[in-house]
Design a protein around this ligand. Sequence first.
Ligand SMILES: NC(=O)c1ccc[n+]([C@@H]2O[C@H](COP(=O)([O-])OP(=O)(O)OC[C@H]3O[C@@H](n4cnc5c(N)ncnc54)[C@H](O)[C@@H]3O)[C@@H](O)[C@H]2O)c1
Length: 329
Amino acid sequence: MKILVTGGAGYIGSHVLKQLLESNRHEIVVVDNLCKGSMKAIDALKSVGEFEFIKENLENLPVIEEIFKRGKFDAIIHFAAFIEVAESVKNPIKYYLNNTANAINLIALCQKYGVKNFIFSSTAATYGEPENGKVTEESPQAPINPYGKSKLMVEWILKDTAAANKDFKFGILRYFNVAGASSDGLIGQNYPNATHLIKIATQTITGKRDKMYIFGDDYDTKDGTCIRDYIHVEDLASAHLAVLEYLQTNDSNVFNVGYGTGFSVKEVISEAKKVSGVDFAVEIAPRREGDPACLISNASKIRFQTTWVPCHEDLDEIIQSALNWEKKN
Ligand SMILES: NC(=O)c1ccc[n+]([C@@H]2O[C@H](COP(=O)([O-])OP(=O)(O)OC[C@H]3O[C@@H](n4cnc5c(N)ncnc54)[C@H](O)[C@@H]3O)[C@@H](O)[C@H]2O)c1
């Protein structure tokens, strides 16, 4: 297949790109403006396989259209977006323009140039604050911040477009909490101001932060801290390849991508201390706006309907790989 990967220099995009290159089956073009992504990841991945890298902003539509004109893509895997919830609350237009408007333009180009498959990075944030904490793909979607809304709108647009055009299929992947780095240490999370719990814990272990915070310990959970479903980035990456394959013989579909197991913030911190052997400083801070108490995937659909088999379903392994990466960088 000829595949366009947007945001391939970013954390998740680079791990998917790595697996696409390792499969040695596809011709790949990556577009990323490096606003958050890392040229180091792109350079490192050149050792894995051949691909074309184009440094460009998706908002520059004439240039993006030229890329479509040069040769027909069979699939788009669209990662490029902004991802910070708190920033999206302060500056919603920035999120609607990049996450929603740029995605609409990309979907429109797919219609114009006959691209048949669109894999979209959606998020558990589209569920908002679910009542019982565990969500299936059919659970109500009621995002509580502009980030989640910017993604949910793209889901709707993909569904409407596919309903109107039978030749166009989407695979919507709703990611839960992504963490870790590639097992061979080649790539990892470079995002400078990451808000991800495991990333912050590893930054504290390695002395890049003097302490870390727990935002709220008075939630209605077993130990009062928020519960999340952590997935290793390599398992998340392989879900994209499985869904791409799925779309070749099946209709459009939506998949949660998590493990279906929840860990509290305190449990993750305690595992991080155990794995690293470092008793780092942790402080309790007030709750953050918009953090649901519990968000866990029911991810049986992707396990049963696609060929996806997770291989790193172990919190210690996730933390260890994130820590290895943090130490190296
Ligand atoms: N990281 C998570 O925990 C998580 C969870 C759920 C969903 N997601 C989704 O996964 C996708 C990837 O997230 P990530 O964690 O890898 O983030 P990231 O910031 O590491 O990657 C995003 C990439 O897109 C690029 N980009 C952004 N806007 C662009 C534009 N206008 N033109 C060209 N390139 C642009 C950035 O430079 C970056 O390389 C996002 O769509 C995000 O919403 C992430």
